[in-house]
Structure formats: structure tokens, C-alpha cells
Write a new protein. Structure first.
Length: 187
């Protein structure tokens, strides 16, 4: 029996090359893990009441399917991309709600979902901006935060994905967390 991780990697390569059947086969294999990832996103960094896990996963799938699937080196790389897309969905939602509250007149269907208020959106957007600054200063730290916290990879999986030692991952994650804490303060 083929290892599921290897099967997912093969399907990702085929889907990247335009094989629609591969994408259809891939979706059920990754769907539950994407829902778990979405749930972690919502409970850790955002208001779970603002958007349902299923809605977040479906919106991410729509965004991924709306253009050619990026080339994925492996399963972990795919989940990293999916985590980034989910984060973008949440950022767009927070920005749309902020704009709608200010009366910008933007038509944004996701902005109509109930939220916990502008303060929650502002904190989430501050986190996103801090993560962007971190990634600009240190691409490795930004990538590790993305892999570990957003894609849910263990330090060992992140090390394997980036082909670096585990102790480097641990050190860089500690430094990244300290940098983010300093940037965000109590937020």
C-alpha cells in the first residue's frame, strides 16, 4: 500500500500539471486535515464565531482552484500554502468588515458575516502586519511561523520541509515569538 503522504505528493504534482482527475482525488484526502487546520486558525487567532470552519475551508479551496495550483514539493508544502490562503481569507474578512463599518460602500459578501467587533479585527490585522514585517526582516522566521503555527507542522516536520536542523527551527521559532511579542505588546 502506498504511503498516504507520498500519494498526496503525487496527486499535488499531477494537479499542478493540469490533471483535473488528480485534483478531484486529492480533495477528499486533504479535506479533513484542512478543516482541522481551519479550526486551529479560528480558535487561536480569530473569532471562531465570525466564520465557520467549513466556510473558511471552502473559501480557501475556491481561491486555490481559481488559478493553477502552485507547485508543491510535498504534503507539508501544500498545507503551508493552504494555511497562507486561509490566513488571507481571514485578513480579507477583517478588512472588509472594517471598511463596511466605516461606510466605504464596498460590496464584500464575507463582510456580512457576524463578528465580535472592530477591536478583534484590529488585533488580527495588527498580527498580520507584524507577521509581514517579520517575514520581510527574516524570511526564515516568517516561513517557520507559517509552517509551525499556521500549517500546524511539528518542529521536526518544519525542519524536514526546509532541510534544516531541528535545533535551528526551535531557536528561530523562539526568536520569532519574542520578536512578535515585542512588536505586538499586549495585543
Amino acid at each position: 500500500m502506498i504511503d498516504l503522504s507520498m500519494e498526496i505528493t503525487d496527486l499535488l504534482r499531477r494537479a499542478h500539471n493540469g490533471d483535473a482527475d488528480a485534483l478531484e482525488t486529492l480533495i477528499p484526502l486533504v479535506y479533513d486535515e484542512l478543516k482541522r487546520l481551519a479550526s486551529k486558525h479560528l480558535h487561536r487567532e480569530y473569532a471562531a464565531e465570525s466564520i465557520q470552519t467549513t466556510v473558511l475551508v471552502h473559501e480557501a479551496f475556491l481561491r486555490l482552484a481559481g488559478k493553477p495550483l502552485p507547485e508543491c514539493e510535498n504534503r507539508a508544502h501544500f498545507f503551508s500554502i493552504a494555511a497562507r490562503v486561509m490566513r488571507r481569507v481571514l485578513v480579507d474578512l477583517a478588512r472588509a468588515r472594517r471598511a463596511a463599518k466605516r461606510g466605504a460602500g464596498i460590496e464584500a459578501p464575507l463582510a456580512e458575516l457576524p463578528g465580535l467587533g472592530a477591536q478583534r479585527d484590529d488585533k488580527f490585522l495588527a498580527l498580520d502586519e507584524a507577521l509581514e514585517r517579520l517575514a520581510a526582516q527574516s524570511p526564515l522566521k516568517g516561513r517557520l511561523i507559517e509552517l509551525h503555527y499556521f500549517a500546524g507542522l511539528s518542529t521536526e516536520e518544519a525542519a524536514e520541509t526546509l532541510s534544516i536542523p531541528v535545533y535551528t527551527v526551535r531557536r528561530e521559532l523562539r526568536l520569532a515569538r519574542a520578536w512578535l511579542h515585542n512588536e505586538l505588546g499586549d495585543a
